[in-house]
Design a protein around this ligand. Structure first.
Ligand SMILES: Cc1cc2nc3c(=O)[nH]c(=O)nc-3n(C[C@H](O)[C@H](O)[C@H](O)COP(=O)(O)OP(=O)(O)OC[C@H]3O[C@@H](n4cnc5c(N)ncnc54)[C@H](O)[C@@H]3O)c2cc1C
Ligand code: FES
Ligand code: FES
Length: 447
């Protein structure tokens, strides 16, 4: 398959299998070896490249996704023999040790500084939270980035401008843009499966050596699946909306802080730029971070096939770990949320082994409506990672209604919580710890 794109400012055409990983194209076919492969599963950031101005991971993208995109790699930063200011600062501040993480680190910073002129130390740390340095030179890396950011601010220089992506022409058989194109492709073969950001699928295929018979089609360019709008039915979120897009959407920020809080804690900046809400739902992991908020928001999912459209509550859609109610020929089209959500407290917290890039040991989403004197009028709680699917319990929610919202009330319902959850032991935590944590997470609501 021929694929054309702009690479470091030059139009580039390659001939390759559509499902070759981008990291392999860059390193093996184009011989740009600056982009490194550390983990191959999205966890280290060594393979970070910039796609249309956003940081993405070359180990979790297929070649066909490059079509018509503007790709920047570390090799493109040095211009006319002069290093980029970020590269200079890394040298000046002694931020480079063995150097393996540095190209990915610099590309993550490069993408970040395009959009964030005023970068605090905290923001810089967040921006590189998906990039691991095994030499642990983080302080000097942050010093270097802070210096570049300050210089940019001082000079009031506009961020470096990006070349616009090349427009691709014709229908791409692996990247449908409209529903009719997708149905045609699905009709055309029994060996077709769909994916969106690939941040779950590519990791899974790598671990389970893919069956060559399955042909994944990417939905990331389906405009209908990327919109957020309001109608009589509620607020619609297209399944292929990325976590970053939702985080920056004013409608979602205003109406659903509980979802925003969960999105902020999901993965890393690059994972959020790639991963989608639909992918998070369809993966149906008990640790999926958007799920507890969607359960307390009583989300409904919209499922579509060529012939029909159906709606169902998310709690009926998710059947168990990795299992959903999707049938052959169907896709998740989007999520519907109630317009009239009216709670004083929107809360989400997840506990993992570290702050970024962490899978939850337990999480809690909560919505509370309190009267003026602090009595609980309505309550919704959903726990993640403490059972095969997200846990919501009427017993717990009813048990708190009419009571004052204080430590004593919460202490009383903790024992009810312990009765309704059944966590397991796994690599991240013991069942006993999870159970204790699930109850204790309630007390954080008092903050
Ligand atoms: C390093 C790393 C860190 C991560 N951290 C977190 C985290 O902190 N919290 C968290 O919750 N998750 C995390 N994830 C998991 C993942 O990023 C999310 O679940 C993400 O939302 C998946 O979205 P996607 O679009 O990339 O899914 P994809 O990989 O594209 O798809 C996942 C599955 O869903 C199916 N699918 C996707 N979209 C549709 C659709 N519209 N219709 C039908 N089927 C569909 C695919 O067939 C596939 O089986 C992490 C992943 C990685 C690699
Ligand atoms: S190689 Fe580690 S994130 Fe891609
Ligand atoms: S400098 Fe060695 S891994 Fe970061």
């Amino acid at each position: 398959m021929k694929i054309s794109f702009v690479l470091n400012g030059k139009t580039t055409e390659i001939n390759t299998e559509p499902w070759t990983r981008v990291i392999d194209i860059l390193r093996e076919q184009i011989h740009l070896t600056g982009t490194k492969e550390g983990c191959g599963s999205g966890d280290c950031g060594a393979c970070t490249i910039v796609v249309d101005g956003e940081s993405k991971l070359a180990c979790l993208m297929y070649a066909m996704q490059l079509e018509g995109r503007n790709i920047e790699t570390i090799e493109g930063l040095k211009k006319d023999g002069v290093m980029h200011p970020i590269q200079e600062a890394f040298v000046d501040y002694g931020a480079v040790q063995c150097g393996f993480c540095i190209p990915g680190m610099i590309m993550a910073v490069y993408a970040f500084l395009q959009k964030n002129h005023r970068a605090s130390r905290k923001k810089i740390k967040e921006a590189i939270s998906g990039n691991l340095c095994r030499c642990t030179g983080y302080e000097k890396i942050v010093d270097a980035v802070e210096a570049v950011a300050k210089n940019m601010e001082k000079r009031k220089k506009k961020p470096l401008s990006l070349k616009m992506p090349q427009k691709h022409s014709g229908i791409n058989p692996f990247l449908p843009e409209r529903l009719d194109e997708l149905w045609r492709l699905i009709d055309g073969g029994s060996d077709i499966s769909v994916y969106a950001g690939g941040t779950d699928l590519l990791v899974k295929l790598r671990e389970n050596s893919p069956s060559k018979k399955i042909k994944p089609i990417c939905l990331e360019r389906m405009k209908e699946l990327k919109t957020v709008y309001e109608s009589e039915e509620g607020i619609f979120i297209g399944a292929c909306s990325t976590h970053s897009e939702l985080l920056h959407n004013p409608k979602i920020q205003r109406r659903f802080p509980v979802l925003i809080k969960a999105l902020k804690s999901l993965g890393s900046p690059s994972i959020r730029n790639m991963g989608t809400i639909g992918g998070n739902i369809c993966t149906a992991s008990p640790a999926g971070d958007t799920l507890p908020p969607l359960y307390v928001l009583d989300a409904k999912v919209e499922i579509r096939s060529k012939a029909h459209r159906r709606l169902m509550p998310i709690r009926e859609f998710i059947l168990g770990p990795g299992r959903t109610a999707l049938e052959k020929g169907e896709i998740l089209y989007g999520v519907w949320l109630d317009r009239d959500i009216n709670f004083n407290i929107h809360h989400f917290e997840k506990i993992g082994q570290r702050e970024a890039l962490t899978i939850s040991i337990a999480s809690l989403a909560a919505l509370l409506k309190l009267s003026e004197d602090g009595t609980v009028e309505e309550a919704r709680f959903a726990w993640g990672s403490v059972g095969p699917t997200v846990v919501r319990s009427k017993e717990v929610e009813d048990g708190i209604i009419g009571r004052p919202f204080n430590r004593e009330t919460l202490r009383d319902i903790v024992s009810v919580v312990h009765g309704v959850i059944s966590p397991i032991d796994d690599i991240r935590s013991s069942a006993v710890y999870r159970k204790k944590l699930a109850g204790n997470l309630l007390f954080r609501l008092l903050k």
